[in-house]
Design a binder for this molecule. Structure first.
Ligand code: ADP
Ligand code: ZN
Length: 628
């Protein structure tokens, strides 16, 4: 297996999926427990007597309530789903809903609060929800726990219906109908995040400073007639610090930060996404000035599709988001920051003026930024003086900020478990490997046959790379299984490249296919061990032809086939065949080249493989000695 970041990303992705799956599983379990509880308790409760609060003076008729609700007089409805009554709070003469927390309002509120008997709880809930959706500003949070009480009032015949209602209530609760996003308030938080906590990203920070100023002094800008941006879109790979920088803006401006993830909007239960968006913005308006942060916005913001099936839900959510963004004033008091790794998937409507009209791309950190990130995260850790953060930064090209932070943390854990006084170079090196290829599995029993196969496979990668001008130097080769890999070849990537040449890509393919070529040459058989190598190679070759226009026969063309698969048809039917032929021939040529190199240097291949079988691991120096 070739040690590469793609593999790492795949592992990360599947971990994420597992977390989601677990969440759903837990929810289901919880649901069953609740069903059983409700059935059991409902039976018992039928014996209880339900006492009614007969405060005649404060009662109104149901029809009266409906009329007043239509006229917008009602500010708040409190009820329990399945219950037979509700408590409603009228707005005062100024149309305001009085604050219950304020003791001054106590008397007034008593007058404005009325009780009403509801003929049909479910219909009533639906009615209010409809009103709210139509824009009627009613504070409505139906409770579900008291359902048991109303069941107790002897309506045993309606038990199945009531249980259904209860379940709906529970589902709503689980969906977090009342949950309007997590709030982080820098003014009360102990670990306030500021720009000092964000390493590198100099230009990005400079742009953000402007936004901080909008939030701090919105009037300064509105007086001048300046239009303040409503939305900022941060594009970049996971772990590049998008959330961090959004939080730092909140910290610098000292305003609260409400966050929600795009995937949370569309979880499980249909029809709730839009209402969640609305609630999120309602809350934001209440606590403004503030920052609304929407992570993974592509989950809701991807291109709207035809109105069919599951997509409708997504579309509704997105439409609601657009409505909300258009709705609030451009006075800088609410700024929406969204993050995505796939800006090309977003619906164009999101990027129109007045919505996310600023896009900031955050790339992977370069060598200086990496060093700075390591410094920041090393600040409160005990690091030995011999540790050279600069050289670690050199070795970690392609790592994200999150991965670098993770490495230092893993190193600290390793150092502590080994009883070191301080974090040493070895701990960090080990942590780098742990983060990239996974944990070493020394105890795993491997058959001699598998060992030999892995040894040749890895030796193949290493030896081939050694003879390729553009490929990175080998840093370590190992046949000790780690993570999902049976072995790995690690390279010393100490250069941040801006451009990659065609030769380099071709040689990269040769190195990738070196593993399989060695299996074929030395063992005259091939194995599944190369599947990941092939996957990566396939992508490289495809990109060469379709993205970087590096193929003679297809020509200098760049297509984004993931975004627009029909593009290919536009250019004539032959193109598809041509691309297929080219990708294939590039891969076949690379495989041929890898085999040729290994045949030519068969002695080295054998030596490296032998060494690996003996010692299981070869370091840089040992590897180079073989070639001297
Ligand atoms: P994203 O939102 O882009 O996925 P995060 O902001 O959640 O990434 O980053 C995760 C963690 O990685 C942060 O909490 C921080 O510890 C670390 N990190 C990422 N980028 C940086 C950076 N530029 N400076 C310091 N730490 C960083
Ligand atoms: Zn391999």
């Amino acid at each position: 297996m070739q040690n590469n970041k793609n593999e790492q990303e795949n592992i990360e992705k599947s971990n994420e999926q597992n977390v989601n799956k677990n969440k759903n599983k837990n929810n289901k379990k919880l649901l069953w427990i609740i069903i059983i509880l409700i059935v059991a308790l409902a039976g018992a409760l039928t014996y209880f007597i339900y006492t009614k609060n007969n405060d005649e003076k404060n009662k109104i008729e149901y029809t009266e309530l409906i009329r007043d609700m239509d006229q917008g007089k009602i500010g708040k409805v409190e009820m329990t789903i399945g219950g037979s009554s509700a408590v409603v709070t009228y707005r005062d003469e100024n149309g305001e809903l009085l604050d219950e927390e304020n003791p001054e309002n106590k008397e007034k509120l008593k007058e404005l609060t009325k009780k009403v008997i509801i003929p049909n709880s479910q219909a009533f809930v639906e009615l209010i929800q409809k009103k709210v959706e139509e824009g009627n500003n009613i504070n409505f949070n139906p409770k579900e726990q008291n359902v048991l009480l109303s069941i107790g009032s002897g309506i045993i015949t309606f038990l199945p219906t009531l249980i259904m209602i209860a379940l709906v209530a529970v589902l709503f609760q689980m969906q977090g109908l009342g949950d309007k996003g997590k709030v982080y308030d820098p003014s009360v938080s102990v670990d306030k995040i500021t720009f000092n906590d964000v390493a590198g990203l100099k230009e990005e920070k400079a742009e953000m400073i402007e936004i901080v100023d909008f939030l701090k002094e919105p009037k300064k800008y509105s007086k001048m007639g300046a239009k303040v941006p409503k939305g900022v879109l941060l594009c970049g790979k996971p772990g590049t610090g998008k959330t961090l920088i959004a939080k730092a803006i909140a910290g610098e401006a000292n305003v609260p930060f409400i966050s929600m993830s795009g995937s949370e909007f569309i979880e499980m239960f249909a029809g709730l996404g839009a209402s969640r968006v609305r609630k999120l913005f309602e809350k934001a308006q209440k606590i403004s000035p503030c920052i609304v942060f929407i992570d993974e916005i592509d989950a809701i913001g991807s291109r709207r599709t035809s109105n069919s099936g599951a997509d409708t839900e997504n579309n509704q959510t997105l439409n609601q988001l657009l409505v909300e963004m258009d709705g609030f004033e451009t006075d800088g008091s609410v700024i929406v920051i969204a993050a995505t790794n796939r800006p090309e998937m977003l619906d164009e409507a999101l990027l129109r003026p007045g919505r996310f009209d600023r896009t900031i791309t955050i790339g992977l950190p370069d060598i200086t930024d990496r060093e700075e990130i390591l410094k920041i995260h090393g600040k409160n850790k005990k690091i030995a003086e011999s540790v050279n953060l600069k050289s670690i930064a050199e070795d970690t090209a392609g790592f994200s900020g999150a991965e670098l932070a993770n490495i230092l943390n893993e190193a600290a854990i390793l150092a502590a478990s080994k009883g070191h006084k301080e974090i040493e170079n070895g701990d960090i090196e080990e942590a780098v490997k742990k983060v990239t290829v996974g944990l070493e599995k020394k105890d795993k029993v491997i058959s001699e046959k598998d060992k030999k196969l892995t040894a040749y496979h890895e030796a193949g990668h290493a030896v081939v790379s050694r003879y390729l001008e553009t490929q990175d130097n080998v840093k370590e080769v190992s046949i000790i299984p780690r993570g999902f890999a049976g072995g790995y070849t690690m390279y010393k990537t100490n250069e941040d490249k801006f451009y990659i040449s065609k030769t380099e890509m071709e040689e990269k393919l040769i190195a990738l296919l070196g593993g399989r070529a060695a299996e074929k040459i030395a063992l005259n058989d091939i194995s599944t061990g190369a599947s990941n190598d092939l996957e990566v190679a396939m992508k490289v070759a495809r990109d060469m032809v379709t993205v970087y226009g590096m193929s003679e026969n297809v020509g200098p063309m760049s297509m984004n086939l993931d975004k627009d698969p029909y593009q290919i048809q536009l250019l004539g039917n032959n193109l598809e065949d041509e691309i297929g032929k080219e990708v294939r021939s590039i891969l076949e040529k690379a495989y041929e080249n890898a085999q040729e190199l290994l045949r030519l240097h068969r002695d080295k291949l054998d030596q490296v493989a032998e060494r690996l079988l003996q010692n299981e691991k070869i370091n840089e120096q040992e590897f180079n000695e073989i070639f001297e």
